[in-house]
Design a protein around this ligand. Sequence first.
Ligand code: URA
Length: 259
Amino acid sequence: MRLDRFLSGQTAFSRKELTAMIRSGAVTVGGAVIRKPESQIDPEQAVVTLRGEQIAYAAHHYYLLHKPAGVITASRDPKQKTVLDLLRPEDRLPNLFPSGRLDIDTEGLLLITDDGALSHQMLSPKHHVAKYYLARLAEPFREEYTELFRRGMILREGDGEELCQPAECRAVSAHLAVLELHEGKYHQVKRMFAAAGNHVENLLRVGIGELRLPPDLASGSYLHIFNKDVYSALRNSDISEVCAFCAEYYSSYWIKDCK
Ligand code: URA
């Protein structure tokens, strides 16, 4: 791999800036200063430094974000703040995008990555990777939702109808419910509860497969995670385990807004 390409995949500097830095002698490979941006290196083996700091190589990058409300799930937008704007400048690597979409008012777990294959595997209904949402409901949870959602809800929009895949749903408390989805239709959680006669007041994504929203990760903050941790988490969990997790860590998440 070319040295300039290696560096542009691992840092937030532009190609132009990197070319200038390499030419000025700011980059070493295996301890020797290299001044040619086109020099070939083995990304897995080479020890590369930039201004004295070693640059670790990763084929892809993964950030686990606690998305706050009020930020849109997009890579860029001329008017509104996006989830990528929450990254520190040095973490804004090329080709990052949010994997999947949360509504502007939805909070919680969102993966930002440059790994298209991973994103496809996470989102495609064919792969069945479960997404877990904690919903705060305006009206008390009713036991009948479990059967209703398990049968596959029909969502009506104008003249059209959409059939949802069977979904699991459990109460965490009178007004809090966990919903497990294997697909991502537009406003799906809100529309499913609306079709069942309730209203979602707040929504928090707490899990994707075995990945969980870390309870100590503040809203708007993010963690770097490793490729192996993301791929090994693409398995489904038991909804009871997710309910217990929510009961322990998120049952008072919206306490200030609760009735
Ligand atoms: N379902 C919704 O209604 N909104 C989201 O943001 C995600 C799932």
